[in-house]
Design a protein around this ligand. Structure first.
Ligand code: FE2
Length: 276
């Protein structure tokens, strides 16, 4: 993901010519854009598409080699997300209903950074999570934990000029799923990052420190490298903890480079695989 879909030296193939409005075309139509390439992440940073311990990837992962599709202006210039799309209370999941939700109130904050530690502004950060009892407000989540009438579990924020985002929410609960015997997902918050183009979306999960369920979770453990796994774990941040109000947790997301956050395929588990 980049703050700009076009590097300064972005150009098109030499056999094209530039049209009146700056788009490049061949005799057969628009030419694919030549986009910047980045060094691949260190081995073991991202989970493989096929992780047999994470059962549904066996049928969900592609059986053939992936093909890179050419990108045109449509893919790299939309959807033009901006501050106008984020509501005043979208970042505060505790204030989206009549009353307050049950559970431990927390602040989750951090920055979106590139491989050099530079902030990435104007990134749409979206989160979704269970309520404090470990249940999603979703038609396919029907395990016998209570729903909370004051909690939807979805929020979004736009990073500021320093790449910062901030959410207020409640700490999510663990929940069972049917991947293996007595399987429970560690408490987590799903994160989606959207840059300035449809092709600039990254998804990951944020976990909490010292969760006793890590050892048996094939989603967390599908990231091969131990240090990369730890980059999915937030840290308790006493400076963000507000007296008599909320605990603070810090979680930075790094888009590229040796400290890159592990990102997952967009097609992933829940909520359809929760226990009934
Ligand atoms: Fe989940």
């Amino acid at each position: 993901m980049s703050t700009s879909p076009f590097p300064a030296d972005a150009h098109t193939d030499t056999h094209t010519h530039t049209g009146a409005r700056g788009t490049s075309r061949t005799a057969d139509g628009p030419a694919a854009l030549r986009l910047p390439r980045y060094a691949p992440p260190p081995e073991g940073t991202h989970p493989p598409l096929l992780s047999p311990g994470y059962r549904s990837t066996v049928v969900r992962s592609p059986g053939r080699p992936l093909e890179v599709l050419p990108q045109y202006l449509t893919e790299v210039t939309g959807p033009l997300l901006g501050p106008g799309r984020v509501g005043e209370l979208d970042h505060d999941l505790t204030r989206q209903h009549e009353g307050e939700p049950q559970g431990q109130r927390i602040v989750v904050h951090g920055r979106v950074l590139d491989e050099s530690g530079r902030p990435v502004p104007d990134t749409l950060v979206e989160i979704w999570q269970t309520n404090a009892g470990g249940r999603y407000r979703h038609v396919r989540d029907s395990w016998p934990a209570p729903l909370d009438p004051n909690f939807t579990g979805a929020g979004r924020a736009l990073t500021d000029a320093e790449g910062r985002y901030r959410f207020v929410t409640v700490r999510p609960g663990a929940y069972p799923w049917r991947n293996h015997d007595n399987a429970w997902r560690p408490a987590h918050i799903h994160f989606s990052l959207f840059g300035r183009a449809f092709t600039q979306r990254l998804i990951t999960q944020m976990y909490f420190p010292d969760d006793p369920l890590f050892f048996q979770d094939p989603v967390f453990n599908s990231v091969p490298d131990e240090r990369a796994r730890q980059r999915m774990v937030c840290r308790y941040d006493h400076t963000a903890t507000q007296p008599e109000w909320a605990l603070g947790f810090a979680y930075d997301l790094v888009l590229r480079g040796p400290e890159q956050t592990p990102f997952e395929d967009e097609e992933h588990e829940e909520p359809e695989e929760h226990g009934a």
